[in-house]
Ligand binder design. Structure first.
Ligand code: B12
Ligand code: SF4
Length: 664
């Protein structure tokens, strides 16, 4: 099959101002397996220029592909632009299949298939294995229903060239989700699809984007990464480094932008990667994103970070307010964030602190406090962003009634204010954000590091960011004043994102209603069979009011009564609180042992489970107030973060009910 990969140009200022581009890893990741499957593959990267639609169409016609694959990593804000390319390509190449993939189409497939007739297929979730299965099914004329993880039109006739059954419905049908790719080393990136000399970053250094790990074990409530990738996995450190070294030797690559959501999630795996990098001794600079908690956890091995080439880490700190950090389930604290910055400074790694406006309804006083706290944190660089409610996150559900002031999805790129500010006028949010950026970047300490830091690479990183920052700062204000259109009384988030989509945030693993999902091939089995360790059996009669429950061994024999009502029975919330906190405490011992931390003799948990009533009926929310007397707060917090990932009750409740794990 002849395949054309298209990276549409992105309107974000981050794509336009630096005049440097990184390779589109998502497309190259699907390109590699397609090449290995025998397809002829070519890439058009419309970011360069950027290329106008007409030129892309004319180049595509010259290639005359059987299928055009469109996707962009900046998925939501890239969507309107991607659709402009898709419509023009559909008109010019009616016999080519158009296949769309990435995060936004994974979740918004129903709307896209309804409103964008140019799109024939959507690949949901990670694309490497699914795209090969789809291309093979098309080539062989196999039934599309056997391909897990796709959305297709009912009238599509499988074949190399696009053909639709006349007179039958083009209704969208979705197949069950594809399994998670367990062996990341089995999928190779199609590096031969790019000319490396065109891709530079961080001050004209030849650059690539690479992924050591996928997914994230954390559940910040505004972020969808854990749901998209479903499980945190990593590549073999040695194989990863061998690939990087080859790119350095053969293509002159000098810089790797790590695409990982959370490369440091597993200390052992990350340390193995650092050691492999040091052993290989390739002079490649690494930049990426990680969590402050992981930096603090790794205080004893930060020298390895630096020796391995880590020059800068962006720390997604998001807020300097403890309450907001808890509300967004960040799993970090002010103390941890500050400590991470201090440690990075000690080891000569640039710290870029990402701060997000709009997670709380800030007042002028809040912005003022934020500025003062950021100054105390003293990061080397700051990135100010705006809260953006993606439909697949709990944050969107929480903000469902909040008004949207930016209805152009192309501007949902974290650099435009999307949600209405209710406590200060919207224009003043801009003034605060821009002032905070200015003060942080221009304070003497920052300027001193920019001009006189002893390490040339550190100075270069500061200079690069400050050059871009200056231009972006002016451009954003100019755009705000003259071009960005905002609406005064815009639709509510729920209305804007389509009520149905956010009633409950969609998940890749949600059952798909449009077709029979019972027939799944062996390949589509989602998980390995699990060994059942123990089965609790309880016989319950009568329910909450006057009911009773007894376990099969008789060790628990309880009666139920309504709290505050007659009777002295217990209730399901109490039982849940007891069960969860007991399991959480056990998991804490395991996690602490793994982290080689000795727990205090008397750890305790006060669990609180609320039964709530709202528009959607009854629901639960819970708080585990954990006391770890005598343990250093940062260490204790890291343990709790780990336990919340490991405890089976935490897993069961995750994403379903509001939970706060508080260190008291
Ligand atoms: C590296 C990176 C960048 C780099 C380079 C981007 C590039 N050239 O690829 C830079 C710094 C330039 C950048 C800029 C921006 N980024 Co950025 N970036 C990332 C980062 C860290 C990694 C992206 C990546 O390569 N992932 C790995 C690849 C393999 O995953 P993928 O692209 O999703 O592809 C897989 C699947 O989605 C699917 N797939 C994808 N496309 C297609 C297409 C087809 C046809 C098929 C079949 C399958 C398929 O298969 C792939 C393999 O499994 C992510 C965060 C993250 N960890 O994902 C943010 C992220 C993608 N960025 C984001 C944003 C918002 C932006 C900006 C808009 C920010 C700004 N205002 O400037 C700009 C957009 C411009 C741009 N050029 O992307 C958001 C997107 C949110 C969203 N869902 O819309 C992310 C997810 C960060 C976040 N946590 O929110 N970014
Ligand atoms: S740690 Fe980062 S990637 Fe992970 S859930 Fe939070 S914001 Fe998302």
């Amino acid at each position: 099959m002849k395949i054309l990969l298209l990276n549409p140009s992105h309107p974000a200022i981050g794509s336009r101002i630096p005049r440097e581009h990184l390779p589109p890893l998502g497309l190259l990741a699907v390109g590699g397996p397609l090449l290995d499957a025998g397809c002829q593959v070519r890439l058009i990267d419309a970011e360069f220029g950027p290329m106008p639609v007409a030129r892309v169409v004319s180049e595509a016609k010259g290639h005359n592909p059987d299928a055009i694959l469109i996707g962009h990593s900046g998925s939501t804000s890239a969507h309107p632009g991607a659709m402009r390319f898709a419509r023009a390509l559909r008109a010019a190449l009616p016999r080519a299949w158009i296949i769309y993939g990435g995060v936004f189409p994974t979740y918004h497939w129903a709307q896209i298939m309804e409103f964008e007739p140019a799109i024939d297929f959507i690949v949901r979730g990670e694309g490497e294995e699914t795209i090969v299965r789809l291309a093979t099914a098309l080539e062989r004329g196999d039934s599309l229903q056997t391909v897990a993880g796709i959305v297709f039109r009912a009238n599509a006739i499988p074949g190399c060239r696009r053909l639709m059954k006349q007179g039958s419905s083009g209704q969208a049908l979705a197949t069950p989700p594809a399994p998670v790719i367990r062996d990341l080393d089995a999928c190779r990136v199609g590096w031969e699809l790019i000319e490396h000399a065109r891709y530079t970053y961080y001050g004209k250094r030849r650059a690539v984007v690479m992924q050591f790990s996928r997914g994230c074990p954390h559940h910040c409530h505004y972020c969808g990464q854990h749901g998209f990738w479903r499980a945190w996995r990593h590549r073999d450190p040695v194989k990863f480094v061998a690939e990087l070294a080859r790119l350095h030797r053969e293509q002159g690559v000098e810089l790797v932008n790590l695409a990982d959501e959370n490369p440091t999630a597993d200390r052992e795996a990350w340390k193995a990667l650092l050691e492999a990098l040091i052993a290989e001794d390739v002079p490649v600079i690494l930049i990426g994103t990680t969590r402050a908690g992981d930096i603090v956890r790794d205080a004893d091995i930060l020298h390895l970070y630096r020796r391995a080439g880590v020059a800068r880490f962006l720390l997604g700190m998001e807020s300097t307010d403890e309450k907001t950090l808890q509300a967004i389930h960040k799993g970090s604290t002010r103390a941890i964030d500050r400590e991470a910055i201090r440690l990075m400074r000690k080891h000569g790694i640039i710290s870029m602190a990402a701060w997000v406006a709009g997670f709380a309804q800030e007042t002028d006083a809040d912005y003022w406090r934020t500025l003062r706290q950021l100054l105390k944190y003293d990061p080397d660089q700051i990135q100010a962003l705006y809260a953006t409610p993606h439909s697949w996150t709990p944050f969107a559900l929480q903000e469902a009634r909040h008004r949207v002031i930016q209805t152009d999805l192309g501007r949902w790129d974290y650099k435009h204010q999307v949600l209405e500010s209710t406590r200060v006028p919207n224009w003043r949010v801009l003034v605060w954000v821009k002032s905070i950026e200015t003060v942080c970047q221009l304070r003497p300490k920052s300027l001193l590091r920019l001009l006189a830091h002893p390490a040339p690479l550190f100075r270069a990183g500061m200079r690069w960011y400050s050059n871009i920052g200056r231009r972006v700062w002016c451009y954003e204000i100019f755009q705000w004043l003259f071009f960005d259109r905002r609406v005064r009384h815009g639709p509510a988030v729920g209305e804007f994102l389509k009520e149905a989509l956010i009633k409950s945030p969609p998940r890749i693993t949600d059952p798909v209603p449009t077709m029979n999902t019972t027939k799944m091939s062996d390949e589509t089995t989602m998980t390995q069979p699990l060994k059942v360790l123990y089965t609790a059996k309880a016989h319950t009669t009568g329910g909450r009011e006057g009911g009773a429950s007894r376990t099969s061994d008789g060790r628990l024999d309880v009666k139920f009564s309504i709290p505050g009502g007659p009777g002295n029975g217990t209730n399901p919330e109490q039982l849940f609180a007891v069960g969860w906190s007991a399991c959480f405490l056990s998991a804490m011992k395991l996690v602490a042992a793994k982290m080689k931390v000795r727990l205090p003799a008397d750890p305790a948990i006060d669990a609180e489970v609320d039964l709530r009533a709202g528009e959607d009926g009854y629901s639960l929310q819970a708080r585990l107030n954990v006391s770890l007397p005598g343990l250093e707060r940062q260490v204790a917090q890291s343990i709790l973060d780990g336990v919340h990932q490991a405890c089976p009750y935490s897993k069961a409740t995750r994403g379903n009910i509001d939970v706060a794990i508080n260190l008291v």
